[in-house]
Design a protein around this ligand. Structure first.
Ligand SMILES: Nc1ncnc2c1ncn2[C@@H]1O[C@H](COP(=O)(O)OP(=O)(O)OP(=O)(O)O)[C@@H](O)[C@H]1O
Ligand SMILES: [Mg+2]
Length: 157
């Protein structure tokens, strides 16, 4: 696929760290993917020197598919292209024992997550809960925190 002028400039520039700001759907993920291919094909980087991470599974899958078709097996060796979450899970599985994580730990998601949150905070004071709720982007998503607060109120009543 062709890249437009700005995309091409971003893909080929290895003299700076780049921060690319562009509208949604305008081709940022495509730039990252093509830059990985360019880094390996034209600049002599090894796949194992590159970490390409993105937020959504959809974007990660797109990157992986394009890298699979754009690079041969040898060029792709050691290359990481994943979501933040998958990569973080990989790091924790590999190195988590350094910080005392038990083997076989699991990621809490879906329904279990608010229950665990509640178990964690039930022994803490209301002030801490208030802080958690007020902290923007803080430890607890606001909706879950509110659900927990509701639950505790009911219990108290
Ligand atoms: N220069 C281009 N010419 C044609 N199609 C392109 C070009 N650049 C990107 N695209 C296509 O446009 C679509 C959106 O691109 P991409 O996913 O890279 O955008 P994005 O900026 O990362 O989007 P989002 O904000 O949703 O993350 C994709 O299907 C991609 O293949
Ligand atoms: Mg994107």
């Amino acid at each position: 696929m062709d890249l437009n002028h700005e995309q091409k400039a971003a893909v080929e520039d290895f003299t700076h760290n780049l921060l690319i700001l562009a509208a949604s759907g305008s081709g940022k993920t495509r730039v990252i993917t093509e830059k990985v291919i360019h880094a390996i094909r034209e600049k002599g980087y090894a796949g194992s020197e590159i970490l390409a991470i993105t937020f959504t599974r959809k974007a990660a899958t797109e990157m992986q598919e394009r890298l699979r078709t754009g690079l041969d097996e040898k060029e792709r060796r050691g290359l990481t292209a994943q979501t933040f979450h998958a990569y973080a899970a990989h790091v924790l599985r590999t190195y988590g024992w350094h910080i005392g994580l038990p083997q076989g730990w699991k990621i809490a998601d879906g329904l279990i997550s608010p229950v665990l949150h509640w178990q964690i905070i039930k022994n803490r004071s209301w002030e801490i809960l208030g802080e958690l709720i007020e902290t923007e982007g803080g430890t607890l998503p606001a909706l879950e925190a509110l659900a927990i607060q509701n639950y505790l109120h009911k219990g108290k009543d």
